[in-house]
Design a binder for this molecule. Structure first.
Ligand SMILES: [Zn+2]
Length: 627
């Protein structure tokens, strides 16, 4: 008995120490301007039920809870300056999509979302980059682009930063940036790169609650403006919740944390704005109103007068609540129900039992054990009121993703019937996932062939690349490109790079070999113009005028009005004894030249050429080479 008492005493004491640590963390968060984190930490430190405590009550935690609530009220009150007219009823519901991007999109299509938003934060090598950008798909409508423009405009104005390339919009090309996240959707969709995770100033905003609220609010406002009819708004947290790679969390945010955590926080915040969970009816003083109602119904004081003066005194109202009432009120109005997984790790909070249940449920679901997984998810939901999924649906979606992933792998290996069978199985497991198994298999197989073809083309293996591209087109008839042109475009790039390098190194032997290759790969000269023109000039100066003549001729054929192409050919012609031709070219140059200081030299050359003298002596050539 004695031991038991000591044991209880020790455990409550340890417990109180932990509560004090959490109260201190809460204070820090509130000082940093993050009241929601502060409130969540204070709630974590306090017993749920004061009268049946599961942990020691420490007054420090209650003080922080009060501080957090006061700061939160202040934040929301200050949102006056947005003053949006709101409807009195909620016309929206928000749902989040998980799984690989392609699969999220299939589900969103099935759900007939009115709009789809994927939240990211940008990243770059340096810390300097500072602009806001929205990516839209290459097939996006004018309406989508307007929506995107209004979003970037508001972000740029609120945070005082530039818009990407002045417009703020990036249109993903075929297989372009962000396109894989959007191109399968059949509703208006945007991918937000609102701020830069890698920029220290932006990172501060990303982590601060007022700025998070601004980000969420700008998104909310743009949705209200462009989709006033209401409906389902579909959200996707960038990077997180993919089946593969499962641990992708996006860019590292400067000073700690990851892109996807904050993307999730902002979308959750936007969800509560859009669904009016936080702000029933009005926007401006809704929390105060809630607080008044709460005080009215909980303090059994019908005689208490709620006059205007008292309405303004938030702190007095909060103080009027008992400890238990304060805890209940905080739980009711908190803008985010719980910490993210990553936050729990950062604040050194133990894993929740519900979290452990979800993890084991996920493992079971991945092994196809849907019933047992569902049971785990149900238990988790019972323990944690913040969890909002349908247990069976969740289990089925996870199990289906395994099949889809395998189907994809099979399709990439051209095992078409097996891939189709896996897709069909996935749809049987999770009926909301609807795709055309045959089309999808063909699409993946063709994309894989294109990927391989690109590698071969870049390595100069043109024949193999061509076969890959041609096969891709026969497998997926929706593909629309000229395989020859694609090979050319890919194969020419490394050639041109090497060629220009050879010229700079004065390695004419190498440059001439590459010249021959460029004429084969790019007979029309769509990409090689610059290289040919440089080769014509330097090749001539280095004593290979005859060998580079075809390059000189080609550039003039392509652009007969270009005076510097004529100038280079003039040099080559003079050096190969074609004085008449050289005179014509230099005369053309004299007439059209924009750089007047070069004219003196040309005039001298012309007069010598007219007298039948080659002006390009060794000394002149060395001078032109800058030696
Ligand atoms: Zn991202």
């Amino acid at each position: 008995m004695k031991y038991l008492i000591i044991l209880i005493f020790v455990s409550i004491n340890v417990n109180a120490n932990e509560s004090l640590r959490l109260a201190e963390l809460a204070e820090q968060q509130i000082l940093e301007g993050n009241p929601t984190n502060g409130i969540l930490l204070a709630l974590e430190a306090l017993p749920k039920n004061i009268y049946k405590p599961d942990k020691a009550y420490v007054v420090e935690a209650e003080i922080q809870l009060l501080n957090g609530l006061l700061q939160l009220h202040e934040y929301y009150e200050n949102f006056d300056w947005f003053s949006t007219a709101l409807d009195s009823e909620n016309k929206y519901d928000v749902s989040f999509y998980t799984g690989n991007y392609r699969w999220r999109q299939a589900l969103a299509n099935q759900d007939r979302c009115v709009a789809y938003v994927e939240q990211h934060f940008n990243a770059s090598e340096g810390r300097r980059d500072s602009y806001t950008m929205v990516i839209v798909s290459y097939e996006s409508s004018q309406k989508v682009r307007k929506w995107a423009k209004s979003y970037v405009k508001n972000i740029a104005r609120t945070f005082g930063i530039r818009k990407y390339l002045g417009r703020g919009i990036l249109v993903g090309g075929y297989n372009g940036r962000g396109n894989g996240n959007l191109k399968y959707l059949n509703m208006p969709a945007v991918l937000l790169e609102s701020l830069f995770a890698t920029n220290p100033r932006h990172a501060k905003w990303i982590k601060n609650e007022v700025n998070q609220l601004q980000l969420a609010f700008i998104l909310f406002k743009s949705i209200k403006k462009y989709f006033p009819q209401g409906g389902r708004i579909c959200f996707s947290v960038g990077h997180k919740y993919k089946y593969y790679p499962r641990n992708d969390r996006g860019a590292h945010v400067y000073g700690g944390g990851r892109e996807s955590e904050y993307a999730e926080i902002i979308l959750k915040q936007a969800q509560s704005l859009i669904e009016y969970k936080l702000l029933q009816g009005y926007f401006v003083p809704p929390l105060i109103k809630k607080l008044q109602d709460f005080v009215k119904s909980n303090l059994d004081l019908p005689a208490l007068e709620f006059d205007e003066a008292l309405y303004d005194k938030t702190s007095e109202l909060l103080l009027a609540l008992s400890s238990q009432q304060l805890i209940d009120y905080a739980r009711e109005i908190i803008p985010r129900c719980s910490f993210t997984e990553e936050q729990r790790v950062r604040f050194a909070l133990p894993k929740l039992k519900s979290q452990r249940l979800i993890e084991s449920g996920e493992k079971l679901a991945r092994r196809g054990r849907i019933k047992s997984a569902t049971r785990k998810f149900k238990q988790a939901r019972k323990l944690d009121h913040c969890l909002q999924f349908n247990p069976e649906e969740k289990a089925r979606w996870i199990a289906a993703q395994v099949e889809i992933y395998n189907a994809q792998k099979l399709a990439e290996k051209m095992k078409m019937p097996a891939a189709r069978a896996k897709f069909k199985k996935a749809m049987r497991i999770y009926s909301k996932f609807r795709i055309n198994p045959d089309k999808e298999t063909r699409r993946i197989a063709a994309d894989e062939l294109i990927k391989q073809g690109e590698k071969f083309a870049e390595a100069g293996k043109i024949e193999t690349a061509l076969i890959k591209f041609q096969t891709a087109i026969t497998i997926n008839v929706n593909l629309n490109f000229d395989p020859h042109e694609k090979v050319r475009k890919l194969a020419i790039k490394p050639l041109l790079r090497k060629g220009m390098y050879a010229i700079r190194q004065a390695n004419m032997k190498q440059a001439l070999i590459i010249n021959v290759k460029t004429h084969v790969v790019d007979p029309k000269g769509l990409y090689s113009e610059n290289f040919w023109s440089s080769l014509c000039w330097y090749g001539s100066l280095y004593g290979h005028a005859k060998s580079v003549m075809n390059a000189c001729t080609k550039t003039v054929e392509l652009k007969s009005e270009n005076e510097s192409y004529r100038d280079s050919r003039g040099l080559a012609r003079a050096l190969t004894g074609d004085f008449k031709g050289a005179i014509a070219d230099f005369e053309f140059y004299m007439k059209h030249a924009k750089l007047k200081h070069k004219l003196v030299k040309r005039e001298q050359w012309l007069s010598q050429l007219r007298e039948g003298i080659n002006p390009f002596t060794e000394t002149v050539i060395q001078g032109l080479l800058g030696k």
